[in-house]
Ligand binder design. Sequence first.
Ligand code: SF4
Length: 341
Amino acid sequence: MSKRGIQYFTLSEIEPRIWFMLTGCNFRCKGCFRPARDDGVGSLLSAEETLEKAEQACLKHYGQLPTKAMITGGEPTLDKDYLLTLVKGLKGKGFGEIVLMSNGYEIGREENGNYAGELRDAGLTEAHIDIKAFSEDIHKGYTGKSNKPVLKAVAALNDTGIELLIQTVYMPGIVDEKETEQIAIFLSSLNRDIKYRINPFAPTFAFEQVTRRPTIEEIEYAYELASKHLSNVIISRSCYREYPTPPSQETWITVYPDAKLTSKRRTIEDQKEDRISWFSHSKSKPREEIVHELALERERDDSDYRERLEKVTRRFSTSTSNQGTSSNKDKNNKKPRNSTR
Ligand code: SF4
């Protein structure tokens, strides 16, 4: 069994729930803000070792195993055997909600067969897939890869009947309302009730500041166009990989998969520090230079914009009621969940 890098596990302080942060990615999105994108971060573990460490971490902090797991990265699908073993193992340990967050590329590659069906059979209950762009040239230019496998993956996952959430980051001049509407039309051809979330690009911590953030009006217009084709469109924030909108939280517990299972209560400031170190290392720039660039960018990040976005985010979030075509769960009663990672 091959091994994958685990940067850390995150344990929520709002409800018992564990996040698996796998390292390495097959895309090179220009606006990526995840240090887990790179190989060589964290500890290399087999799926069995990952399960064992995760169980120890949960027992230490919660005194029991939670029932919810989120598998993210980086890109979690790169090694099919590893991922299927991890999902099966979680199901075997009683996890009832197992959520995968992915760019979808590997799931849709022909070489990987019916990866979507195998994930469902292993116990996966939900998938959050990014469609970065609908136009092939834009997708290739932004990620370095074709979007054809991604679109195939979305269709295949929809066929499995597991719950599906698709998301796109709105990037003015790159992925705008024409792209998001095309994505909405594609999704509606599969299932009009698929959840579709549009996130505004946030340049502050993007690896490359390829564009500005969108105006609230641009985002609302994209929402209106997409809503012509789909019944469950929402606007959220790019740092939220969940829906509707997670409750605010001050801290979460990060557990590193080292021999001692070192753990730390972390804050958003710690997360920023991680990203500063990542930029400094990956871009071979002194830390002071990165901090200076980020300070300049943050000056442009005015509080008025954030307040207006927050209002729009809340307003549209409350309309979410996607049932999917085959899901039997009552999602109207689903509580918002936190965004620790
Ligand atoms: S944004 Fe996600 S898919 Fe894109 S490079 Fe970063 S980790 Fe990979």
